[in-house]
Ligand binder design. Structure first.
Ligand code: SF4
Ligand code: SF4
Ligand code: F3S
Length: 379
């Protein structure tokens, strides 16, 4: 084990390999406030990648309803319990990561292998509310009401310290130098499933037909052509944006992902306390009780919610960037906002998205003199 610096938990931590940052790091931001739970992302991924034998149960992209849902069941609660609910102090995590906890027992990664049945209920807890009685919540005068749930879309995080990679005895898991995407080499994999038990997000999945494990491949054939992944491109709620994340000290104001993650600190990693430094970031839901959010996204939640509530409506740059979500098929490496229009540019500098911050409204007269007709639906 060597010391690597993990900026998400603001301290050095133990990991089996020395830090080796890729040339570019695949990353994405999901705005949970906009997710409608339509599962289009799950299905676009499924029809692209997991229609084969042995893949029937697999959802490389899944969307679960929190707090009760989970695919596989209770993937997060089980691990959080093992870690014993770690604490944060001054923005730094003072508890143990999954690597540090495992070292106490001479293991590489603390984890568990889900039972087969635990993968069978991807919709468990869907739309189930928490936090009070329906009667309370139904009264408009009690708003903001005490009832809550939210959708949590999840893919592989293409982590900077991947637990799947750390734990594979065959060294079949690798992180690509050119884009930080984490893949399983199918020719090396022998189906030991140590990657499945190690991944805290439970994103590698075992194929009992090929006797090998598989996982989200970040749609690398598309990424290599400068295109966003299937799940990003086809998201109906336009909650996703994909790009490249710089190290915190190299963050660029005009890079959409850097701006949201490092500069505005509006998008946060999921369970940073696990220690893998995941690269999918979430804009937290603003209506959920803060203690639940803090254990899920760390201590930056309160500031992120405040920014979303107070700055997004008034800050044209932030507002502009949020309307660029889901507005292009290509990866936007740069953005700018001019005269209330948000522009996204690809790697070559071409404009690939151009979106007005406020959509123009056109209201037609209900009586059209020229045609002498009445329109009932006039908006
Ligand atoms: Fe590996 Fe899991 Fe991280 Fe994906 S989310 S890179 S499978 S540890
Ligand atoms: Fe599936 Fe591609 Fe999205 Fe991964 S990036 S979940 S492979 S659609
Ligand atoms: Fe390694 Fe996982 Fe295959 S542990 S051998 S990649 S099943």
């Amino acid at each position: 084990m060597v010391d690597v610096f993990n900026w998400q938990i603001k301290r050095d931590m133990k990991y089996p390999y020395a830090a080796a940052a890729p040339e570019k790091q695949f990353a994405a931001v999901f705005d949970i406030n906009k997710c409608i739970g339509c599962q289009t992302c799950s299905i676009t991924c499924k029809t692209t990648w997991t229609t084969g034998r042995g893949q029937e149960y697999m959802f490389w992209n899944n969307v679960e309803s929190k707090p009760y849902g989970g695919y596989p069941l209770y993937w997060d609660f089980k691990l959080l319990e093992k870690l014993g609910g770690g604490q944060w102090k001054d923005g730094a995590y003072t508890g143990k990561t999954i690597f540090e906890k495992a070292a106490e027992e001479n293991k590489t990664v603390e984890g568990f292998l889900p039972a087969l049945e635990d993968w069978s209920y991807p919709n468990m807890g869907e739309d189930e509310i928490a936090g009070g009685s329906v009667k309370q919540g139904m009264h408009i005068e009690t708003l903001p009401h005490p009832l809550w749930f939210f959708y949590l879309p999840r893919i592989c995080n293409h982590c900077s310290n991947p637990a799947c990679l750390a734990n594979c005895p065959r060294q079949a898991v690798y992180k690509r130098k050119e884009d930080g995407i984490v893949l399983i080499d199918q020719s090396r994999c022998q189906g030991y499933r140590q990657c499945v038990s190690a991944c805290p997000y439970k994103k590698p999945m075992y194929n009992a037909t090929t006797f090998r494990s598989e996982k989200c491949v970040a749609c690398y054939p598309k990424v290599e052509q400068g295109l966003q992944t299937q799940c990003m491109e086809h998201c109906i709620g336009k909650i996703r944006i994909q790009g490249w994340l710089s190290a915190p000290d190299k963050a660029r104001e005009d890079n959409p992902i850097d701006y949201l993650v490092h500069i505005k600190k509006l998008a946060l990693p999921l369970y940073p306390q696990f220690g893998t430094q995941p690269n999918v970031y979430y804009i937290p839901p603003i209506h959920v009780p803060p203690p639940y959010m803090r254990q899920m996204f760390g201590p930056g939640v309160d500031a992120a919610v405040k920014t979303y509530r107070e700055n997004v409506p008034t800050d044209p740059i932030l507002k502009g960037l949020l309307v660029l979500f889901g507005s292009a098929a290509e990866i936007m490496t740069r953005f700018e906002v001019k005269n209330d229009i948000a522009y996204g540019y690809n790697q070559k500098g071409d404009t690939v998205a151009q979106t007005p911050i406020v959509e123009p409204h056109v209201i037609r007269e209900h009586y059209d003199k020229k045609l002498d007709v009445y329109r009932l639906d006039v908006t």
